[in-house]
Design a protein. Structure first.
Ligand SMILES: [Fe+2]
Length: 182
């Protein structure tokens, strides 16, 4: 057993609250992509899936007065990666995640995009950070439409449970000690 599963993370009220803004469908889809890409690249599948699931929990709402998403304002002023990294770290530690993993996941969220930075991250990311960026980009649609795709909560839990099982299988095969030793 891992210390914290994807289903544990998803069921927490903090995750549920903030994923409502950025989209449950996008989060679950990105987590699935991250697992596949991490597996291909020999990156930790648990950390990659968790970072991808939580990568957008720092989103604010950027609605105009008429209720439309103001994508230009968002592009210019958004810092969701910073807020998301902090929220994810707090959540992971509260749920009992290993501190080393919590940092890796949190920094991968911080650096999943360079849209808010004064420089580009191309070639500077760790393999884990790169996996999260690729998984996010794979589900991205013009004008942020990927944030609007719908997914029932029960469907999200079912998919994440399956993904948790796949991660357990990979860990068992690689013989990774996935229980905190303290
Ligand atoms: Fe995203």
């Amino acid at each position: 057993m891992r210390n914290v599963t994807l289903v544990d993370l998803f069921k927490h009220h903090i995750t549920r609250k903030y994923l409502r803004r950025s989209g449950v469908h996008h989060a679950v889809t990105a987590a699935n992509y991250a697992f596949e890409i991490a597996l291909e690249r020999g990156v930790d599948v648990d950390q990659a899936s968790k970072a991808a699931l939580l990568h957008d929990i720092g989103h604010y709402e950027w609605y105009t007065n008429d209720g439309e998403w103001d994508y230009d304002d968002y592009r210019q002023n958004d810092i969701h990666a910073i807020k998301g990294a902090e929220r994810a770290h707090k959540l992971l530690i509260r749920l009992g995640e290993d501190r080393v993993a919590a940092k890796q996941i949190s920094v991968a969220i911080l650096l999943h995009t360079d849209s808010y930075l004064p420089f580009h991250l191309d070639g500077k990311q760790t393999p884990l950070q790169e996996v999260v960026t690729l998984a996010d980009n794979k589900d991205e649609q013009p004008k942020g439409m990927h944030h609007y795709k719908q997914m029932e909560i029960s469907e999200a839990i079912r998919e994440l449970h399956q993904l948790d099982q796949k991660i357990d299988v990979v860990y068992a095969k690689e013989n990774i000690p996935n229980e905190q030793s303290s």
